[in-house]
Design a protein around this ligand. Structure first.
Ligand code: PEP
Length: 250
């Protein structure tokens, strides 16, 4: 069943005390009756304490990345088994910062997807075009290729573990947002692309989040679009009041 989801990607922000502080604010202030399924993605080092803090709450914890290998000589990396061992069941993959700064290719992201699925983790799969692609009118092709090369190798049964997050790179952290109509146009295209490859049931069931400078003052309009099932939030997720306002806009 398609779910409404709001996920906060904290990136490399918040130390241990700040993580606890923000989580406590979210715990006490997110209304119990919210219809959104809420995720937070703190840094690796704070995941275990976040899971502990959020036990018995309706907020879930996601990691921001995972290594594709099971274990081995990969200095500085974290495996899916390690994430699962501290209670993390969801991972964000393919974020544009991982693609551009850390040179993650579609093939690498595809192998991380496989690893996450083997460990029965939910994947928030991010993708989206750069400004030059949109300006040249190539944005639909880019998005379709990212889906095909990074994700469409999975089996039909795996889709219940997939959340899509369309994040136009030109809108991430820039204050520039896709208009609600631009978001809807692309989300509709994405759903249609999933439909062609995997059929209507899967296409109708998959949640497609929008990410890119979602703020309290634009969330409601973006979330009102029929193919937008929620948001992946960066900057505004670092402030309890803003994040809660976005969560309650759904
Ligand atoms: C993100 O990093 O996924 C993101 C959407 O960031 P922001 O909301 O700051 O644009």
């Amino acid at each position: 069943m398609r779910k409404k989801i709001v996920a906060g990607n904290w990136k490399m922000h918040k130390n241990a005390a700040q993580t606890k502080d923000l989580l406590n604010q979210l715990l006490s202030e997110i209304p119990a009756e919210t219809s959104a399924h809420v995720f937070v993605a703190p840094t690796f080092i704070n995941l275990a304490s976040a899971v502990e803090n959020l036990t018995h709450s309706n907020i879930s914890v996601a990691a921001q990345n995972v290594h594709q290998a099971e274990s081995g000589a990969f200095t500085g990396e974290i495996s899916a088994d390690m994430l699962k061992s501290v209670g993390v069941k969801t991972v964000i993959l393919g974020h544009s910062e991982r693609r551009s700064i850390f040179h993650e290719t579609d093939a690498l992201i595809a192998s991380k997807v496989n690893t996450a699925l083997v460990h029965d983790m939910t994947v928030i799969f991010c993708f989206g075009e750069e400004l030059k692609d949109r300006q040249s009118g190539n944005h639909f092709n880019i998005v379709e290729n990212q889906l095909r090369d990074g994700l469409f190798h999975i089996q039909a049964k795996d889709w219940e573990k997939i959340v899509l997050a369309y994040e136009p790179v030109w809108a991430i952290g820039t204050g520039e947002t896709a208009s609600p109509d631009q978001a809807q146009e692309m989300h509709e295209f994405i759903r249609e692309t999933v439909r062609k490859a995997f059929g209507s049931d899967i296409a109708e069931d998959v949640s497609i989040l929008y990410g890119g400078s979602v703020k309290p003052d634009n969330a409601k309009e973006i979330f009102s679009k029929p193919d937008v099932d929620g948001g992946l939030i960066g900057g505004a997720a670092l402030n309890a009041k803003d994040f809660i306002s976005i969560v309650t806009s759904i």
